[in-house]
Each structure stands twice: as structure tokens, then as C-alpha cells.
Ligand binder design. Structure first.
Ligand SMILES: [Zn+2]
Length: 630
């Protein structure tokens, strides 16, 4: 569903749309300084202005300028030495504060006159009514709202175990499993979601591990509208890492890094150095709007001191540049996540992964991946270049001008997984200090196949089926990125070993060759899934022989890439996978699942390397299984 009419309804996910980050989304402020009035001695001696009077003076002043507006008094403070009273006021709706509004009025105590004010309020806003937008009003109570937060952040929560008490509009919830003190505090407020609407929210104050934040959940739609860090932790508005592309919308993520893979998080390169933009130990994301061919420092998205990367996104904009912040944030989150996921599967410091600081764990440092997004040096494509360990690889993501309005590959996680994976297989084949071990015709094709395979295996869901047809990068290319969808159904995709052909230049086209390879791996993947089921998020859980099919497939392909020779052929890469399984699990079912997958696609146990017949190079299918699998 889309809420194009709401200026700041930024998230297109079905139930979630976002208020912009709390720090940056305030109305225009009107500041006034008044001449301090002359003070008569009589006035000074009768300076007994009570907080009530001060409050009334402030409200009267506000009512003069904004007669139809409702206000709620916050703090009333006074300092008699400074002869000043300080009144803090919020705009209100139905008696509840609008979070992103503020007025402060300073009063000279002796004369009771206003000396200055700063007013940031919303004129002409009205409460958001879900029914006007075809939505149901969920009318969440405070415990429902907490359940929503638990759901968004994947925390364990059981409503039956909680109990709430209310005092002066502040709710305390006891029995909350996931907070440090087993409590949550909540208050009903309003937040502006566009220049026209305010939405009612439950503001929950939660201390979870080292994170202490305010989460604002819409009581009408259930959407997580806004998260504010009280402690300094990073918040990102990004596509869930394992979703194919932007079509399912974005969500807010708080500190999504893996402690084992990124011990200092994603912004620190050592204890003393923190970035507050889209750069850190694993990744540097910046724009290349000038289309420069040479390396230069350009803009990155900025998260401020609180590291809040919550940027607006309007995909209807003519030019991708207009939503650079949102694009950089998504790429930063996903590529860091891939760093952490591949770490778990064994692409770590020793094996040449991409980090500034290797924390003394081996390998060469100083090689975070540099990602140039919205790169105007090209169009309608993406690529990844990998030098030896110790030198930064470079990923380039070009705008897709073949679409109107143009589309940004920064919002297609599938293509970013594909590109990043090129770097992984490149560093792992032949060791991290070799760059030319995937340069033969067949190994180049293998590289394309692995990259598609990893993207598919990481993006499966519980409802994925063997017969699913994967149109790679569909949001960018339509159905034309590959010659056929990747699919286990031979009527949809009949590519086999014998489909490998050399073109007129005597070259095996790497993407066409890659299609043969990924379809074979897809068979193995589904044979595994039929044995062990599917994981919707392969970054979670430990890996062992009981893991889900896609987890096992990713692990064994990584293991195989590590043991295969430099410039492997298709059959050598297949044999490496068989061997990797024996090394790690030595499970007869998995063993035969691998052989059945390859045999189906013409790379059975008796398949041979290609033969040169005259001027032609010919691959011949073989569908034989080893005797133990018959
Ligand atoms: Zn590729």
C-alpha cells in the first residue's frame, strides 16, 4: 500500500509508515526577543509570581497568537537570581502532547512580562483517521503497542505475563521479558506524520541491553512511526536485509550489527574513532553523482551524533539523487549485514574479508568495501572489483535509466548481494592474495552462478516453493536480466551442462554459463530444503548438520570455494562441493542430495570436461548417479 498523499509517510510497507526522525522534523520556529521592561521598585517588592500565574501568562500569550490551538504545559522552572521563569509548552491534541512541537516562553519575574519566546507549532493539522485512507483503526491499548514493538524488534513477549498500572497518564508495564528492569514505561502522545496530520502514538520507553530508546507506535495503524535513541545507538530505516527489493517497504532497525563479526559495531574502526556517516570498519558508502572515474571523497549519508539514519524516500522523484540519504542508508545496512553474515559462514579476517581493523585476528586490514552509489559513470548495471587482501574492493551501483522515473539499484538487495558475493568468492578461491583465480571462462561463469545462488538462498521465505521461478533483479530489469528465470522446473528452465556454448569470439559468455551453474546449485539447495526445511533469516542461529537446507547449502558452497583449485572448471567446483560436505558433515543424505542435483543438470558422476571437435567446444550431459545414491 502507498500513502503518496502523506508527505512524510515514508515507509511503503503494508503496516508501517514513518514519521521523520524526531530531531529533524519540527515545524518552522518563530523566535522573539522583547525589550526588557523597566522595573519599578514596587513591582520588584511584590515579585511573588507563582508558577500558576507564570503558566497563565504564557498560555494567554500563546492564545493571542494561536487562538484555535490547544497547548499543554510542560516544565515550569524559575531562577530568582536571574529573575527569570522558564515555561515549556507543547502543542496538544485532545489533551495529549504533540511530540514534535515545542514552545518556550521566558518571563521576567518582577514585571511578569515576557522577555523572549521560541515557538515551533503546527498550524492546520488534524488527527489522522485511518478510515479516510481505507485502513482499519486498530485502537491499540498500551500492551498491544508493546507487543508491536516486540514484534518489530524480534523480542520475546507474552502479553499474559504483563500487568500495567497508570498514574497521571504515565503507564508502567511490569513483566516485560526483554527489558533490563522487566518494565516498560508508556505515555499517549501525538506525532506529526505530515503537514496535515497528527497520529496518536504510544511512546514506550525501553531499556534493552545497552540500548535505551523511545519507540513510538501508532495506536491507529500499529506502525512503528519513530524511534529515538536516548543512549547513543544507531537507528536505520532500511529494507530488511533478506528481502529482494524495496517493494515490501522499509523498517527501522536499532543496532543491527553482529557482535562477533563486528565487535565495535558498524561505525567504529577502533575504540577512539567513530564515524557518524555511512562509513565504518567494513563499508564506506558514498555517492558518485559527478560520474567521476577516479577515486575521490564525496558525500555520505549523515546520521548525526545520535546515529539516526531515517531519511525520506519518494520513489516517484525524477532523479535518484533526491533520495540519496535513504539509498546510502540501505546500502550501508545491507553490505554491513553481508559482512556479518559471511563472517558467520567463514569469510573472516584470516580468509581475507573486508575490514579496516582486523583486531589482530589475521589477514590484512585497511580494506573496507568502498561502495559508490547513484554512480553516474554508468547506467543500468552494477559491478564489483576485488584486489588482493589489504586493498579496498569497489562496488559501483548505477542508476537504472531504462525505467521511468529512473530507479536506484541501491534499493534492490538482490543485486547488492550478488555483487558483494563476487568479492567473497574472489577472495576465497586460491587464497586472499590471488586476484586471478576466477578468470578462466568456466570459473568466470561459476562466479556469476554463485552470486545469483547466494542471493536466492538468503532471500527464501517459509512460503518459497521448489517450483518458484526467480527473475533476478526484476524491479530493475523486468524479466530480462537472465535468459530464463532460475527454476527447478525443467519446463521453465531446461539448462544443463550441454547448454554451455562458446560464442563467435571463442568465449564462454560468463552470465550464460552462470545460469547453468546456478540452476545446478538451485537443485542442490532444494534437495537440502526437502530434507531440512528453510530458514527465513540465515543470519540467525548456529550452524550444524541439523540446520535448515539453505543454511547448509550456503555453508557448504563457502567451504567448497575455499578448497577448490585456482580457476576451477564446473566439474572441479562440483567435486569441491562433494568433498566439502564430507569434510564438515559426512552425511549420506546430504551427499546424495548434492549428486542428484548435479546429475539432473547434466553434471552426473560420469560427466567429462568439454571436447574440442573441429572448431567447436562441446559439453556432453551425463545424468549418472554414483552407486551409493542409486
Ligand atoms: Zn555478476
Amino acid at each position: 500500500m502507498k500513502y503518496c498523499n502523506l508527505k512524510n509517510a515514508l515507509i511503503i510497507a503494508s503496516s508501517v509508515f514513518s514519521a521523520a526522525n524526531a530531531g529533524g522534523f519540527f515545524p518552522k520556529k518563530t523566535v522573539k526577543y522583547y525589550e526588557k521592561p523597566a522595573q519599578s521598585s514596587a513591582a520588584v517588592s511584590s515579585a511573588v509570581a507563582t508558577p500558576l500565574n507564570i503558566t497563565q501568562i504564557s498560555l494567554d500569550a500563546l492564545k493571542r497568537d494561536y487562538p484555535n490551538m490547544e497547548f499543554k504545559i510542560g516544565n515550569v522552572l524559575r531562577n530568582d537570581e536571574a529573575k527569570t521563569a522558564y515555561v515549556h509548552v507543547s502543542q496538544a491534541v485532545n489533551g495529549y502532547e504533540i511530540i514534535n512541537s515545542a514552545a518556550n516562553i521566558n518571563i521576567d519575574i518582577p514585571s511578569r512580562s515576557i522577555i523572549s519566546s521560541g515557538i515551533a507549532v503546527w498550524e492546520d493539522v488534524e488527527p489522522f483517521n485511518p478510515a479516510d485512507h481505507g485502513l482499519e483503526d486498530l485502537n491499540l491499548d498500551v500492551e498491544d503497542a508493546l507487543a508491536k514493538v516486540a514484534e518489530y524488534f524480534n523480542y520475546p513477549y507474552d502479553k499474559d505475563e504483563t500487568e500495567f498500572t497508570e498514574k497521571n497518564g504515565i503507564y508502567t508495564i511490569d513483566g516485560v521479558k526483554f527489558t533490563i528492569d522487566k518494565k516498560a514505561r508508556a505515555e499517549k502522545k501525538y506525532i506529526t506524520i505530515s503537514e496535515k496530520y497528527v497520529d496518536s502514538v504510544w511512546e514506550l520507553s525501553l531499556e534493552v541491553g545497552q540500548i535505551w530508546y523511545l519507540a513510538r507506535v501508532s495506536s491507529t495503524t500499529g506502525g512503528l512511526l519513530n524511534v529515538e535513541n536516548i543512549a547513543s545507538h544507531a537507528v536505520y530505516n532500511a529494507i530488511p536485509w533478506n528481502k529482494v527489493d524495496i517493494t515490501g517497504g522499509r523498517m527501522l532497525f536499532v543496532d543491527p550489527y553482529d557482535k562477533n563479526a563486528s565487535p565495535l559495531g558498524w561505525h567504529k574502526t577502533d575504540e577512539k574513532t567513530t564515524s557518524n556517516d555511512t562509513s565504518g570498519n567494513n563499508i564506506i558508502v558514498q555517492e558518485n553523482h559527478q560520474g567521476s572515474e577516479i577515486d575521490m571523497v564525496t558525500n555520505r549519508a549523515y546520521g548525526g551524533a545520535d546515529l539516526i539514519f531515517d531519511y525520506p524516500l519518494d520513489l516517484n522523484s525524477k532523479k535518484v539523487e533526491s533520495y540519496f540519504g535513504a539509498a546510502a542508508t540501505n546500502v550501508f545496512v545491507l553490505t554491513n549485514k553481508l559482512h556479518d553474515v559471511y563472517y558467520k559462514f567463514g569469510f573472516n579476517e584470516q580468509f581475507g574479508n573486508f575490514q579496516v581493523n582486523n583486531f589482530g585476528k589475521g589477514g590484512a586490514g585497511n580494506d573496507p568495501v568502498k561502495v559508490l552509489i547513484q554512480d553516474r559513470s554508468g547506467t543500468n548495471n552494477a559491478n564489483f572489483a576485488t584486489p588482493v587482501d589489504g586493498y579496498s574492493p569497489k562496488m559501483r551501483l548505477y542508476p537504472f535509466t531504462s525505467k521511468s522515473p529512473e530507479r536506484d539499484s541501491s534499493f534492490v538487495n538482490q543485486i547488492i548481494i550478488h555483487e558483494y558475493s563476487h568479492g567473497v568468492t574472489q577472495r576465497l578461491t586460491g587464497g586472499p592474495d590471488k586476484t586471478s583465480c576466477l578468470s578462466s571462462d568456466e570459473s568466470n561463469a561459476l562466479s556469476e552462478g554463485w552470486s545469483d545462488f547466494f542471493a536466492i538462498a538468503m532471500e527464501l521465505t517459509k512460503s518459497s516453493k521448489r517450483s518458484d521461478a526467480h527473475n533476478m533483479f526484476e524491479w530493475l530489469y523486468g524479466t530480462y536480466a537472465r535468459s530464463k528465470p532460475i527454476c527447478s522446473d525443467m519446463t521453465i528452465n531446461n539448462l544443463t551442462y550441454s547448454s554451455l556454448t562458446y560464442n563467435a569470439n571463442g568465449q564462454l559468455e560468463c552470465h550464460e554459463g552462470g545460469e547453468v551453474w546456478v540452476n545446478a546449485l538451485n537443485e542442490v539447495l532444494w534437495n537440502f530444503i526437502e530434507l531440512r526445511g528453510v530458514s527465513e533469516d540465515v543470519s540467525k542461529g548456529n550452524i550444524n548438520s541439523k540446520s535448515e537446507g539453505n543454511v547448509l547449502a550456503i555453508q557448504l558452497v563457502i567451504d567448497a570455494v575455499k578448497i577448490q583449485p585456482c580457476n576451477p572448471s564446473f566439474l572441479e567446483a562440483r567435486d569441491a562441493l562433494v568433498l566439502a560436505q564430507k569434510q564438515r558433515f559426512n552425511d549420506s543424505k546430504l551427499h546424495c542430495a548434492i549428486w542428484k542435483g548435479f546429475a539432473k543438470r547434466g553434471m552426473g558422476v560420469n560427466a567429462q570436461p568439454p571436447e574440442e571437435t573441429g572448431s567447436k567446444i562441446v559439453y556432453t550431459d551425463n545424468f549418472d548417479l554414483p552407486s551409493e545414491c542409486k
